[in-house]
Design a protein around this ligand. Structure first.
Ligand code: ADP
Length: 390
C-alpha cells in the first residue's frame, strides 16, 4: 500500500511516498518557491535528486507536478496506486484531539483555527484542497502538530492571564512538533521495554522544543500558543518577558508585528551570536573564541537544562532523555553540554557512544537516566495515522 505524507507551506510543498505497513520510503521531494516563475521541483529517483526549474503559480499546479513526476519517473504506474494522503497540519486547537479523515466540515474547522496559526494553517489548507481535487477518491487524513499535546492538563497548558482570554480567544499553550515527539517517545518506550516510562524528548532542530512524556502521554511541552515559546532556537527567541515588545517598539519605532518578527526571525542563535542560525557555525566559532557565539551556546544549554529540571520535577522522576532532529541527532558537543548541565540528576554520557550516529543508547552504564539518540521520522508517523484511520 502506498501513502503520501505531505507538508504544505505557504510557498513550498514537501512530500514523501512510503509503502505501508513496511514504512519504507519509496521517494521524496519538494516544490519550492510556489507562486513564482522560477519555482523548483525536486524529486529523488533511485536515490538521486532530479531538479527542475519552472513556473509554478499555485499549489494545485505543484501537486499536479508531483503526481506527474511520480508517473514520468516510473515510481508509480498509475495514479490509482496512491492509496492515501496524510497532511501535516500545524494547529488543531482544542477541536482536534486526534488525527482525522478530511471532509468539507473538517476543512471548515481547520479554517476556524487560522487566527491561532495565521502563517501555517492557511498554507496547509491550500495543500489539502489541491490534493483533494486531484485525488478525489483517495482517503486524506489531517495529522496535527498539536494533538499529541492535547493530553496536557490545565496546570500545564493554561497561561496565568485573564481566564476570559482562554475562553474567548483560545489563548493557551498548544505545543508543536507533536508527530516527532510521539514518534520518538513511542520508540523510546519500545527500547526501554517499559510502557510506563517517564521520558523527555529534546527535538533540537532549527525549530526546537522539549516534551515531557509520561507513560506515552505528553504532559508538558515547551512551545506554546505559537512555536515562539520555549527554548531559544535558530532564529527564535524562546521565552522572554513580554514587556520587551513595548520597549523595543518604542525605541526602534516599530509596530508590535515588526518586533514579533524580530523575535521569530532575528533572535535565538542568530540574534545572540550575530553570526548564524546554524548550530555548526555557533560551535565552530565558539572553538575559535568568538564571545557571542559562546554566549549563544551557553544560553541555549542553560535553557534546555532548565526545562529538563522542571520536567523531572513535574513528572516526579525520569527514565530517559531522547535527542532528536538536526542538532539532537548530529551534534555530539551540544548533547554533551546539555547532559553535563543536568548531571545533578545522576545522568552521564558514554563519550564514545555519544560520537556515533543513528538510533542508540549513549548514556554510560552507571547513569541513572538512560540517554538515547532516536532519529525522528514525522513522515512515517503521518503515514501510520493514515493507515490507522483507513
Ligand atoms: P528544521 O527541520 O527545524 O528546519 P533540522 O531538524 O533540519 O531543522 O535541524 C537544523 C539544525 O541541525 C541546524 O542548526 C544544523 O546546524 C543542525 N545540523 C544538521 N546537520 C548537522 C550535522 N551534521 N552536525 C551538526 N549539526 C547539524
Amino acid at each position: 500500500m502506498k501513502i503520501i505524507a505531505v507538508n504544505a507551506g505557504s510557498s513550498s510543498l514537501k512530500f514523501q511516498l512510503l509503502t505501508m505497513p513496511e514504512e519504507h520510503e519509496i521517494t521524496s521531494g519538494l516544490v519550492e518557491r510556489i507562486g513564482y516563475d522560477n519555482a523548483v521541483f525536486t524529486i529523488k529517483v533511485n536515490g538521486e535528486k532530479i531538479k527542475k526549474e519552472q513556473s509554478i503559480l499555485n499549489h494545485k499546479t505543484a501537486v499536479e507536478l508531483v503526481v506527474k513526476g511520480l508517473l514520468e519517473n516510473k515510481i508509480i504506474d498509475s495514479i490509482e496506486e496512491i492509496n492515501g494522503v496524510g497532511h501535516r497540519v500545524v494547529q488543531g486547537g482544542e477541536i482536534f484531539k486526534d488525527s482525522v479523515i478530511i471532509t468539507d466540515d473538517v476543512i471548515k474547522d481547520i479554517i476556524s483555527l487560522n487566527d491561532l496559526a495565521p502563517l501555517h494553517n492557511p498554507a496547509n489548507i491550500t495543500g489539502i484542497k489541491a490534493f483533494r481535487e486531484l485525488l478525489p477518491n483517495v482517503i486524506q487524513v489531517a495529522v496535527f502538530d498539536t494533538t499529541f499535546h492535547q493530553t496536557m492538563k490545565e496546570d500545564a497548558f493554561l497561561y496565568a492571564t485573564p481566564y476570559e482570554w482562554y475562553q474567548k480567544y483560545g489563548v493557551r499553550k498548544y505545543g508543536f512538533h507533536g508527530t516527532s515527539h510521539q514518534y520518538v517517545s513511542e520508540r523510546a518506550l519500545e527500547l526501554l521495554d517499559n510502557p510506563k516510562a517517564k521520558i523527555i524528548v529534546a527535538h533540537l532542530g532549527n525549530g526546537a522544543s522539549l516534551c515531557a512524556v509520561d507513560a506515552g502521554k505528553s504532559v508538558d511541552t515547551s512551545m506554546g500558543l505559537t512555536p515562539l515559546e520555549g527554548i531559544p532556537m535558530g532564529t527564535r527567541s524562546g521565552n522572554i518577558d513580554p514587556s520587551v515588545l513595548m520597549l523595543v517598539s518604542q525605541k526602534e519605532d516599530k509596530t508590535y508585528g515588526e518586533v514579533l518578527n524580530d523575535l521569530n526571525k532575528h533572535s535565538g542563535y542568530l540574534g545572540v551570536s550575530g553570526i548564524s542560525n546554524d548550530s555548526r557555525d555557533i560551535v565552530d566559532n565558539m572553538h575559535k573564541g568568538h564571545h557571542r557565539a559562546t554566549l549563544a551556546h551557553k544560553v541555549q544549554i542553560k535553557r534546555i537544562a532548565d526545562y529538563i529540571g522542571s520536567y523531572y520535577v513535574y513528572m516526579g522522576g525520569l527514565d530517559a532523555i531522547c535527542f532528536t532532529a538536526g542538532i539532537g541527532e548530529n551534534a555530539p558537543e551540544i548533547r554533551q553540554d546539555v547532559i553535563e548541565a543536568v548531571k545533578v540528576l545522576g545522568v552521564e554520557l558514554d563519550p564514545v557512544e555519544n560520537q556515533k550516529r543513528g538510533e542508540h543508547l549513549i548514556s554510560s552504564k552507571q547513569s541513572k537516566i538512560k540517554v538515547f539518540i532516536i532519529p525522528t521520522n514525522e513522515e512515517v508517523m503521518i503515514a501510520r495515522e493514515v493507515m490507522r484511520l483507513k
